[in-house]
Design a binder for this molecule. Structure first.
Ligand code: SIN
Length: 363
C-alpha cells in the first residue's frame, strides 16, 4: 500500500503520519516528493524569487548561494508554500550546525534541560559534552551527554510550551546571524521587512518524530514561517487546514529551507520519521568540507563533535515573526518568567516533556 491510497476523511493526516512512522515493515516511500531531484511536474512548480532583493555578496555573508542559483519550488494546492532545495554555499552548513549545537543552546536562550537543571548546570552544554562525544565507544553503556539530551532551544521571544504563547516579558535578543539569514531568505521570497523575532530549534535523534500541529501562536500570521534543516534527512508532511485533508509527504535534506506563507502558513504539518542520510542516494552528508569561510574555519574539535553528532541526528530551526509592524502583546497578564528551572514553561516535570513525545502520545 502507498500513502496515496489514504483518501480525504476522518483524520486522514493521522493515518498518513502512522503510515510513515511505522518501523516494521518499513513503509513504501514511493509517494514521497523529493525536491532535490528538482524536476518540475504537474505537482511541483518553479517558485518565482525576487532576484534583486539580495545581492550576491549579502547572500554570501549568510552562507547562501546567489539567489539566481537557488532551486525554489512551489507545490500545487499549497498556496504560499516555497521549498528551496539547499541554497547554502558548499561548506557553509557546518557553521550553522555548530551554531545550533554550541552557540544557540547557551544562556540566555532556553532549552528543555532548564526544566529540571539549574542555569549554571546548563550554561555550557557543549563544553560538558566534549569528552563524552569525542571519546571512542568503550562498549559499555555510557550515560548520555547533555548535547545528546538536548531536545529544544528557544530564541528571541521564548515560546512557552505549556500555554502555547509568547509574551513581552520573556524575550532575549535573537542571534544576529540567524536574523540576517532569515531576512535574506524572506526578502528573496517576496517578503521584504521580515523581522525574525522568535526561533525554535528541534533536535531529532534517529527515532524522533514531531506530532501533527499548526504554528498559530504568533500574533501576525501574514508573515511567513521559515524552516531550516541540517543533518539527517526527514519526511515532512504538509496537510491543509483540516485533519481530514491527507498530507503530501516530502523529504527534507540537510540544507533545505521551507517558507510557509499565505494559506500554507496555517496548514497542519508533522515530521513522522527521520531517514539516515546514508540511505538516501545522493545525500551522503559531505557536509564538513571547509570551502566556505563563513564564521572562520571550524576548529578540529568542533568539526569532530559536529560530525559525530550529525551522523545520527537532525537539526531543525524554525524562525517566526511574532508581532506585525506596530503590534503589541495583549494586556492580559501572563505569569512572570523566572530564570530558574521553572523558566519557559511552569512546572518542572510537566514541562520537561518534549513536544515531540507529548504530541505523539496524543495521537
Ligand atoms: C516544526 O514544525 O516546528 C518543525 C518541523 C521540522 O522539524 O521540520
Amino acid at each position: 500500500m502507498a500513502a496515496s491510497s489514504v483518501v480525504r476523511g476522518e483524520d486522514a493526516f493521522k493515518k498518513v503520519f502512522k503510515f510513515y512512522k511505522r518501523k516494521s515493515p518499513p513503509p513504501d516511500f514511493s509517494d514521497v516528493t523529493d525536491f532535490s531531484k528538482g524536476l518540475p511536474s504537474d505537482k511541483i512548480v518553479p517558485a518565482v524569487l525576487d532576484l534583486s532583493a539580495v545581492s550576491d555578496s549579502e547572500a554570501a555573508r549568510a552562507g547562501l548561494q546567489p539567489v539566481k542559483s537557488w532551486r525554489a519550488f512551489g507545490l500545487q494546492g499549497y498556496p504560499g508554500f516555497i521549498f528551496i532545495s539547499n541554497p547554502f554555499l558548499r561548506g557553509s552548513q557546518p557553521f550553522w550546525i555548530r551554531q545550533c549545537l554550541k552557540t544557540y543552546p547557551q544562556k540566555p536562550n532556553v532549552c528543555n534541560l532548564d526544566m529540571h537543571m539549574s542555569p549554571s548546570d546548563t550554561q555550557d552544554i557543549w563544553g560538558q559534552s566534549v569528552h563524552g562525544l569525542s571519546s571512542s565507544p568503550s562498549g559499555k553503556r555510557e550515560p548520555k551527554t547533555l548535547l545528546e539530551r538536548l531536545r529544544w532551544v528557544t530564541l528571541g521571544y521564548h515560546y512557552n510550551w505549556d500555554t502555547k504563547t509568547y509574551s513581552a516579558n520573556h524575550h532575549t535578543p535573537l542571534p544576529a546571524d540567524l536574523h540576517l539569514l532569515s531576512v535574506q531568505i524572506t526578502a528573496a521570497c517576496g517578503f521584504p521587512g521580515f523581522s525574525a523575532q522568535a526561533g525554535i530549534l528541534n533536535y531529532y535523534r534517529h527515532d524522533s518524530s514531531l506530532g501533527i500541529h499548526v504554528d498559530e501562536s504568533e500574533l501576525d500570521h501574514s508573515r511567513p514561517l521559515l524552516s531550516f534543516s541540517f543533518g539527517q534527512s526527514a519526511i515532512f508532511l504538509l496537510g491543509g487546514v483540516r485533519r481530514e485533508d491527507p498530507p503530501t509527504a516530502m523529504y527534507m535534506h540537510s540544507g533545505d529551507v521551507m517558507v510557509m506563507s499565505g494559506q500554507s502558513r496555517l496548514f497542519y504539518h508533522a515530521v513522522p520519521r527521520i531517514i539516515p542520510a546514508l540511505e538516501m542516494e545522493g545525500h551522503r552528508m559531505a557536509l564538513f568540507s571547509q570551502d566556505s569561510t563563513l564564521g572562520g574555519v571550524l576548529s578540529e574539535e568542533d568539526r569532530l563533535l559536529c560530525t559525530r553528532y550529525i551522523q545520527s541526528s537532525r537539526l531543525n530551526v524554525t524562525v517566526r515573526q511574532v508581532l506585525g509592524p506596530g503590534q503589541r502583546f495583549p494586556e492580559t497578564p501572563s505569569p512572570p518568567q523566572k530564570t530558574d528551572a521553572s523558566q519557559a514553561g511552569g512546572v518542572p516535570g510537566q514541562t520537561s516533556q518534549r513536544r515531540k513525545e507529548e504530541e505523539e502520545s496524543s495521537l
